[in-house]
Design a protein around this ligand. Structure first.
Ligand code: NDP
Length: 333
């Protein structure tokens, strides 16, 4: 059974750790599948990892319902239960899991400095960044109202629940077209809601999308809101040609509303010291989890704009812990 996090215990930790400096061997920042897997491997390698969970303990998966594509759960598992299992596994080997948010970093010296909640300073021999990425939403009240009732930011995670139904995808980039294509294989009809009259996606994806019979591209449409019953989406209110001649309201009936307007990797506080791409995804040395700063490693969605799956995040968390362990061994040799 999923047990809610013990907020009181976490608050206790928070209050006893303020305004001091603590030296640790291995600091893991972030608690999604990447962070927990890094913790399991690091703890079993005697790195005595300290993990700060961040604002959303368990990461993005705690906002999804059923996870059916993570190996080892033949009957599926809910995101929160899976994260609680991973957390228990990390704790079993001695990971010190704490409530707190990394707010600043300084990777200029021999030891790596990370501030937690702007007050506590951690000096770590190695840092594993597993801070994930946050899906962008349109900012509509209805996205919150229907969260878990038809609104999703991951077609690969949730598309299966809409088999044979009608859904909409918002966005015109590679993610939106890829997700629309994926959903077109499962759903009866997919509306692609595009705010301009052109797709940002690569030519090949754009062509494939517009040529898929059960995808209807709604050019120059924007979403005003959703409607439904008892917290479950039944449709979307759109506007076509907003602010132009021919502006008109359009209503579509849908069961699922998928956001695909981009992700924001949570890398801002490290950006002065490590390289990122133009969006903010951390650049790692190909085939490794190493950043350009020796002793600082990155795993999971904060460094992966491409796959963004729980299982790939977990795999890269394992890589980060192994890379960290080897770095420390070589340093002390
Ligand atoms: P992008 O930033 O490329 O595209 C975002 C899309 O969402 C754009 O079409 C944009 O519209 C639209 N959008 C943004 N904000 C809003 C809004 N408020 N309302 C309506 N529409 C909005 O993000 P992606 O996630 O698609 O891709 C990120 C990166 O990852 C890209 O470099 C992409 O190429 C890459 N990628 C590659 C894949 C592959 O190679 N297989 C798969 C997925 C991603 P507009 O065009 O008008 O700005």
């Amino acid at each position: 059974m999923f047990k809610p996090l013990d907020i009181n215990k976490n608050e206790e930790n928070k209050s006893t750790q303020s305004t001091d400096v603590e030296k640790v061997k291995c600091l893991i920042i972030g608690s999604g599948p990447a962070g927990y897997t890094a913790a399991i491997y690091a703890a079993r390698a005697n790195l005595t990892p300290v993990m700060y969970e961040g604002l959303q303990p368990g990461g993005q998966l705690t906002t999804t319902t059923e996870v059916e594509n993570y190996p080892g759960y033949p009957e599926g598992v809910t995101g929160p239960v899976m994260m609680e299992d991973l957390k228990k596994q990390a704790e079993r080997f001695g990971t010190d899991i704490r409530w707190g948010m990394a707010t600043k970093s300084d990777f200029s010296g021999e030891t790596h400095k990370v501030w937690i909640d702007d007050e506590k300073l951690i000096e770590a021999e190695v840092v594993i960044i597993a801070t994930g990425a946050t899906a962008k939403y349109l900012g509509l009240e209805d996205e919150k109202k229907y969260a878990g009732g038809g609104v999703s930011a991951c077609a690969t995670c949730d598309g299966f629940f809409y088999r044979g139904k009608d859904v909409a995808v918002v966005g015109g980039g590679d993610t939106a077209t890829e997700e629309a294509m994926y959903l077109a294989g499962l759903c009866r009809k997919v509306y692609l809601i595009v705010r301009r009259d052109v797709l940002r996606a690569s030519k090949v994806m754009a062509e494939r999308t517009v040529n898929t019979p059960n995808i209807e591209v709604l050019w120059k449409h924007q979403t005003k809101g959703l409607f439904g019953d008892d917290g479950v989406v039944e449709g979307a209110n759109l506007v076509k040609n907003l602010g132009e001649d021919g502006e008109e309201d359009v209503q579509i009936k849908i069961d699922g509303f998928f956001l695909a307007i981009g992700h924001k990797p949570n890398s801002d506080i490290f950006a002065d010291y490590i390289d990122t791409d133009e969006v903010g995804y951390i650049n790692t040395i190909p085939g490794t989890s190493k950043t350009k700063v020796p002793g600082v490693f990155a795993c999971g969605d904060v460094q992966d704009s491409h796959y963004r799956q729980a299982v790939t995040a977990a795999g890269s968390g394992c890589m980060a812990a192994i890379d960290a362990e080897r770095y420390l061994s070589e340093k002390s040799a």
